[in-house]
Design a protein around this ligand. Structure first.
Ligand code: ATP
Ligand code: MG
Length: 378
């Protein structure tokens, strides 16, 4: 007796044939997310899929039958010179060898540049006639754009990191040389230099990490009920040396308890006081004032200096990412500080801005509302 042990499975090959019929070559080509172009041995376009229409702006009906160099164009190499084919269809057919993936610039139908990646391979003719050449084309503009932002950050930060690192190394190397005898005031200047450079390094690294979290949408304050006074006091005492004794700190009001992320508020203050020190000029008799005011519904924190000031037409621009004022380019910086301050303060539901009634110099103030409500999205 023949016992059936389980469901009868289709013979191998049947599934494959069914799948082949469902996913016909035509469906595959028209549904592909990459551009596909096939040209015949004379260089005439015979297949042009919808993804290719999207990349180049040419419609299939216009492209099919045209010479490939007319549709898949590269920018002219010389002014007034002719456009050259950007994908090597003809070389592939001539040499009988596929061209590996490479990145290039194409022109779309309206002459706009597109960053593209393409590979091209030889397709033998089924009837034994002359071969075809097929290219897969991808618009890589978005990927390059994202990488561009990242590389902006990397090159900027690495440049900014080098200066304080070189300073620290220079001072330490001199202090360690047994043959070099320094007088007390020079030695003190060296130690202050090391301290300032270390403050600067810490700020750059913290700003960089916060900016990349903001960029990737991962930044969220860790909210806790805190007393804001010790947070401000800590920043003031850390920056005291760098400010050469110019910092003045005052609190007004009673209740300094607030729901906030203490580390992030410290980063805001580091940036504001750091700016005040950096742009306050050399007159060490001019104080930098940090005030914390406790009001009924909010805490108001202000940092005021008597330095070079900010023209009121720049009041919005200074909060833009990477923006640096025309007067400040000789000072170290990347233009990330105030951008981060604004994002952090807004994430706490507060506001930050330039106080234009403060007279000479600069006053930046920000508010932190006393509320347990929802956080504003970045
Ligand atoms: P980074 O903070 O990344 O080191 P930065 O200080 O140049 O660089 P921001 O803190 O974002 O960048 O400030 C942006 C610009 O605003 C500065 O380049 C400067 O022109 C101006 N600015 C900020 N604070 C002051 C200030 N206290 N006095 C004068 N100008 C200021
Ligand atoms: Mg700054």
């Amino acid at each position: 007796m023949v016992r059936q042990l389980g469901p009868i499975m289709p013979r191998p090959g049947v599934e494959t044939r069914v799948a082949e019929r469902a996913v016909s070559l035509e469906n595959f080509v028209s549904g592909a997310s990459d551009g596909i172009v096939i040209v015949d041995s004379r260089g005439r376009i015979v297949v042009f899929n919808p993804a290719m229409e999207k990349i180049t702006g040419w419609l299939r009906g216009e492209a099919v039958g045209k010479d490939c160099d007319e549709v898949i164009r590269a920018p002219a190499l010389r002014p007034g010179g002719g456009s050259e084919g950007a994908v090597p269809f003809r070389d592939v057919m001539k040499n009988g060898q596929s061209a590996p993936y490479s990145e290039t610039v194409l022109l779309d139908r309206d002459g706009r540049k597109i960053d593209a990646g393409a590979s091209c391979s030889l397709v033998p003719s089924p009837g034994g006639g002359p071969p075809f050449a097929a290219a897969i084309v991808r618009d890589i503009g978005a990927i390059k754009g994202a990488g561009g932002v990242k590389s902006d950050f990397v090159s900027l930060v690495s440049h900014e990191l080098r200066t304080p690192l070189a300073l620290i190394k220079g001072y330490i190397a001199t202090l360690l040389k047994p043959e070099v005898k320094l007088d007390a005031s020079t030695e003190r200047r060296f130690r202050e230099g090391i301290n300032e450079a270390a403050d600067r390094l810490t700020l750059i690294v913290n700003n960089f990490l916060s900016a990349s979290r903001i960029e990737s949408g991962l930044f969220r304050p860790h909210l806790k009920e805190i007393d804001i006074r010790p947070v401000v006091e800590r920043v003031v005492s850390e920056l005291e040396e760098s400010a050469h004794g110019r910092l003045q700190f005052r609190c007004t009001g009673k209740n300094f308890e607030i729901v906030a992320d203490g580390e992030q508020i410290a980063l805001v203050l580091n940036n504001l006081v750091g700016n005040a020190i950096k742009y306050a000029g050399d007159d060490e008799s001019l104080p930098i004032r940090i005030t914390v005011g406790a009001r009924k519904n909010e805490i108001v924190i202000a940092v005021r200096d008597r330095g070079i000031g900010i023209p009121s037409e720049l009041r919005e621009r200074i909060f833009e990412k990477f923006y640096r004022g025309p007067e400040s380019v000789s000072a170290p910086g990347s233009g990330l500080g105030l951008y981060i301050c604004q994002k952090v303060v807004e994430a706490h539901g507060g506001n930050i801005g330039l106080n234009e009634d403060s007279g000479a110099g600069t006053e930046i103030r920000f508010t932190l509302p006393r509320r347990d409500g929802e956080l504003r999205d970045l």
